[in-house]
Design a protein around this ligand. Structure first.
Ligand SMILES: Cc1cc2nc3c(=O)[nH]c(=O)nc-3n(C[C@H](O)[C@H](O)[C@H](O)COP(=O)(O)OP(=O)(O)OC[C@H]3O[C@@H](n4cnc5c(N)ncnc54)[C@H](O)[C@@H]3O)c2cc1C
Length: 659
C-alpha cells in the first residue's frame, strides 16, 4: 500500500484556490516583525530573492553560498529570458494561457494548482524587477520588448540581451545587499552546507564548511530553506556551471526528504556539440536563437556524408536540398517546439545519418533568412553576445557571408546538438514549498514543483523568482507562525554534534582511500554511463545495465579514489569528491525512477513507449502521478511513494505541436 502524500492544496477550482489561499495568508501580518531566524542555502535567483524578501519581512536570515559572491551563482548563466503573461504584444496572452502552455509543455505531469499560481505571479516578477532597475530590452517606443520561446505561440519572454539571468541576479543582489546593510541578512560566502540537522523531526539547522579554512561550523535556525540548484552535472558534461552540484539536495534526501520525479531531466537542443574527450563543460546557445534561426540538416545522405568528411560546407547546400525538419514535422510551432521535442527530432535525424560535423552528431542553426530579411544589425542587437560567444569557442562567426546562390546570400550556420541542461525533478515539496521534513523548504531548480516532465524555455527564472519573491515569503509563515513560541535550538545539542562528526568522518574516509584515480576521471566515467544508459533514449534493459555499471563504478570510487591534501584549509578536490559521492546517489535515483516509469513523457523517453511517428507515448492510466522516492540506505533501492495528480481546470490530452 503506497504511503499517502498530502500536498496541502485547498479545495476548489484552481483560480479560486490561490485567491483563498492568499486571503488566508493575510492573517499573518508581514509587518509584524518576528524575531525568527531562517537559513537560506543558495544565492542564485531563488535563494537571493528569498533571502532579501524574508529579511524585508522582518526575519533574520543567514544566507550561504559556495562562490565568493552571491553574484556568481549559476543563475548568471541564464541567457534567453523570463516568461510573464503581461500580453504587452496584444497577441492573446493571459494568465490562463501561460498556465495552459506550461502544463502542456510539461506533458501533463506537473501539479496543476502550482502552475496556476506560478502563472498568476509571473507579472508581479516583471514589475518587481523593473522597479529594481533590471535593464530589460525595450521597444523603440519605450515598452518592454518580448520574444518567443518554445512551446508558446505568443511572445511573452522578457529579456536583457543574452544576459537575462545576470541582470536579474544583479537586481536580486541589490535587494539582498540592502538587507545585509540593514543587518537583517548575514552572508556566508565560500561556505558549503554539508548536512541538514534534524531535531525532533524538524529541520533546525545545518552543518556548513568554511571552504577557505576547512573548518566545520554549526548553524541553528527556526527553518531551513535550500535553493541550491539542479543535478544536471551528474552527467559530467552539461551546460551547467562547473560548480553546480546536488549535494545539499541529496543530504536532505538522505535525511528523509522525498525526492520527486528524478528521471525528468531536460536535454536542450541548442548546445555547441561535444568536440573531444578532454572537454569538461558544454556551452548553451540560447533557445532565443530559435526565434530567428532555422534548424536544418541536408535532405540527401550524400551531402551529409560530404559534410562529415569536410569536403563540403553547409553554405554550399542550396535551399531546395535543405530539410528544415522541425518546420516540416511541426508546422504550427516550427522551430519553436518545446525542447524535448526538438532534441529528439535532432537525434532522430543524426541517428539516420543526416547529422553534420565530423562526428555526424550535429545539426545546423542558420540565420541566413533572418539576416537577409532584417539585416545583420538587428540580429546583432538581439543576439550579439551569443554570436560572439559562438565565435570565441568555434572560430566561426554566424554573421559572416559565406556564399551566394541564385542571388541569395548564405551565412555561416552554427552547429548545435542536444546536451543535458536542466533538471525538472527535485526535492518534493507541498503547495507551501515545504519538503516532507517539517521546517525544511526547497525552492528554485532544486525542487520539483512546477515543470512536470519538461520545462518550457524562460520558465526556470520565472519559477525561481516566483518562489523567492512571492510564494515562499507567504507560505513559510504558516510554519513559522507556530515557531514564535519555540526558542532557537542550541547548536550544542547532540543532534548537531552527531551530524558534524559524521561529516568529519566522511571527509576522513575519502582522504584515506589513497587510491589511484582522480575525482574527475571517475566523474567522467559516471557521465558516460548516464548519457549512454540514462540519457535521451532509455530502455528497461539499458537502465538495468546502467544501474549495474554505476554500482561497480561506485565501488571503484570507494576503494580507488585519490584525494590529495588534507581537510584543513582549501581543498577543492575533497569538495569535488563529496559532490561525486552524491552524484552517484543521484544517478542511481534517476535510473530507478526511469525504470519504474513505463511510459514516455516530456524529457523522459523510454524507447519501448513511442508512437509510430516517434513521439512520446504517455500512459495516464498507470503513471499519472508524481513519483516520490524515500531513501533506504546506500546500495538499497529507495521506496516509491505516489502523489496522484488531480486536474480540474485543464483537460489532459496528448500533446500536439503539429497544428
Ligand atoms: C546556460 C544556461 C542558460 C539558461 N538560460 C535560462 C533562461 O534564459 N531562462 C530561464 O528561465 N532559465 C534558464 N536557465 C535555467 C536557470 O538558469 C536555472 O534553472 C536557475 O538559474 C536556477 O536558479 P537557482 O536559484 O534555483 O539555482 P542556482 O542559480 O544554481 O544557485 C544555486 C545556489 O546554491 C548555492 N549552493 C549550492 N550548493 C550549496 C551548498 N551545499 N552549500 C551552500 N550553497 C550551495 C550556490 O552557491 C548558488 O548560490 C539556464 C540554465 C543554463 C545552464
Amino acid at each position: 500500500m503506497a504511503k499517502k502524500i498530502d500536498s496541502k492544496i485547498p479545495a476548489g477550482p484552481v483560480p479560486e484556490k490561490w485567491k483563498e489561499y492568499k486571503a488566508h495568508q493575510r492573517l499573518v501580518n508581514p509587518k509584524n516583525k518576528l524575531k525568527l531566524d531562517v537559513i537560506v542555502v543558495g544565492t542564485g535567483l531563488a535563494g537571493a530573492s528569498a533571502a532579501a524578501s524574508l529579511a524585508e519581512m522582518g526575519f533574520n536570515v543567514y544566507n550561504f553560498c559556495i562562490q565568493d559572491s552571491p553574484r556568481r551563482a549559476h543563475s548568471i548563466a541564464a541567457q534567453g529570458g523570463i516568461n510573464a503573461a503581461k500580453c504587452y504584444q496584444n497577441d492573446g496572452d493571459s494568465v490562463y494561457r501561460l498556465f495552459y502552455d506550461t502544463v502542456k509543455g510539461g506533458d501533463y505531469r506537473a501539479r496543476e494548482a502550482n502552475v496556476y499560481r506560478l502563472a498568476e505571479v509571473s507579472n508581479n516578477i516583471i514589475d518587481q524587477c523593473v522597479a529594481q532597475g533590471v535593464p530589460f530590452a525595450r521597444e523603440y517606443g519605450g515598452m518592454l520588448a518580448n520574444r518567443s520561446f518554445g512551446g508558446a505561440q505568443v511572445s511573452r519572454t522578457f529579456y536583457a540581451k543574452g544576459q537575462t539571468g545576470q541582470q536579474l541576479l544583479l537586481g536580486a543582489y541589490s535587494s539582498l545587499s540592502c538587507q545585509v546593510k540593514a543587518g537583517k541578512v548575514k552572508l556566508y560566502t565560500r561556505y558549503e552546507m554539508e548536512d541538514v540537522v534534524i531535531v525532533d523531526g524538524r529541520a533546525r539547522g545545518i552543518i556548513a564548511k568554511d571552504l577557505t579554512t576547512g573548518k566545520l561550523e554549526r548553524f541553528s535556525a527556526n527553518a531551513v530553506v535550500i535553493a541550491t540548484g539542479g543535478y544536471g552535472n551528474t552527467y559530467f558534461l552539461s551546460t551547467n556551471a562547473m560548480g553546480c552540484n546536488c549535494s545539499a539536495a541529496v543530504q536532505c534526501y538522505r535525511k528523509g526528504a522525498y525526492f520527486a520525479n528524478p528521471s525528468y531531466v531536460q536535454i536542450h537542443p541548442t548546445c555547441i556539440p561535444v568536440h573531444g574527450d578532454k572537454q569538461s563543460k558544454l556551452t548553451l546557445m540560447s533557445e532565443s536563437l530559435r526565434n530567428d534561426g532555422r534548424i536544418w540538416v541536408p535532405k540527401k545522405l550524400e551531402d551529409a556524408k560530404a559534410l562529415q568528411a569536410g569536403t563540403k560546407q553547409g553554405w554550399e547546400i542550396p535551399e531546395e536540398d535543405r530539410d528544415y525538419y522541425l518546420e516540416r514535422r511541426y508546422p504550427a510551432f516550427g522551430n519553436l517546439v518545446p525542447r524535448d521535442v526538438a532534441s529528439r527530432a535532432a537525434k532522430e535525424r543524426c541517428d539516420k545519418g543526416f547529422g553534420v560535423n565530423n562526428t555526424g552528431l550535429a545539426v545546423f542553426l542558420d540565420f541566413s533568412e533572418s539576416i537577409n530579411r532584417l539585416g545583420l544589425d538587428v540580429i546583432m542587437q538581439r543576439y550579439g553576445n551569443l554570436f560572439e560567444m559562438y565565435e570565441e569557442i568555434t572560430d566561426v562567426f554566424p554573421g559572416d557571408v559565406a556564399n551566394e546562390i541564385n542571388g541569395v546570400k548564405y551565412y555561416k550556420p552554427m552547429m548545435i546538438y542536444p546536451a543535458i541542461h536542466y533538471t525538472m525533478g527535485g526535492i518534493w515539496v507541498d503547495y507551501e514549498l515545504q519538503t516532507s521534513i517539517p521546517g525544511l523548504f526547497a525552492i528554485g531548480e532544486c525542487n520539483f514543483s512546477d515543470h512536470g516532465a519538461n520545462r518550457l524555455g524562460a520558465s526556470a527564472l520565472m519559477q525561481g523568482l516566483a518562489d523567492g519573491y512571492f510564494v515562499l515569503p507567504y507560505t513559510i509563515q504558516n510554519y513559522l507562525a507556530d515557531q514564535a513560541v519555540w526558542p532557537k535550538v542550541s547548536t550544542d545539542l547532540p543532534e548537531f554534534a552527531e551530524a558534524e562528526k559524521a561529516v568529519d568522518a566522511e571527509q576522513d574516509r575519502l582522504l584515506n582511500i589513497r587510491g589511484k584515480r582522480s575525482v574527475d576521471s571517475i566523474h567522467k566515467e559516471l557521465g558516460h554511463i548516464m548519457w549512454e544508459y540514462v540519457g535521451m533514449g532509455r530502455t528497461a534493459e539499458g537502465l538495468k545495465t546502467g544501474l549495474k555499471k554505476m554500482a561497480e563504478l561506485e565501488k571503484e570510487f570507494d576503494t580507488n579514489l585519490f584525494v590529495p591534501g588534507t581537510k584543513e584549509g582549501l581543498n577543492i578536490e575533497l569538495d569535488k569528491a563529496i559532490h561525486l559521492r552524491d552524484f552517484f546517489t543521484m544517478g542511481q535515483l534517476v535510473a530507478f525512477d526511469a525504470l519504474s516509469r513505463n511510459e514516455s513523457c516530456g524529457g523522459h523517453f523510454r524507447e519501448e513507449y513511442q508512437t509510430e511517428e516517434g513521439e512520446a507515448k504517455r500512459d495516464d492510466e498507470n503513471y499519472f502521478y508524481v513519483g516520490c522516492w524515500d531513501y533506504k540506505g546506500k546500495g538499497n533501492e529507495p521506496e516509491l511513494i505516489k502523489e496522484p495528480l488531480e486536474y480540474e481546470a485543464i483537460k489532459v490530452q496528448t500533446r500536439n505541436y503539429k497544428n
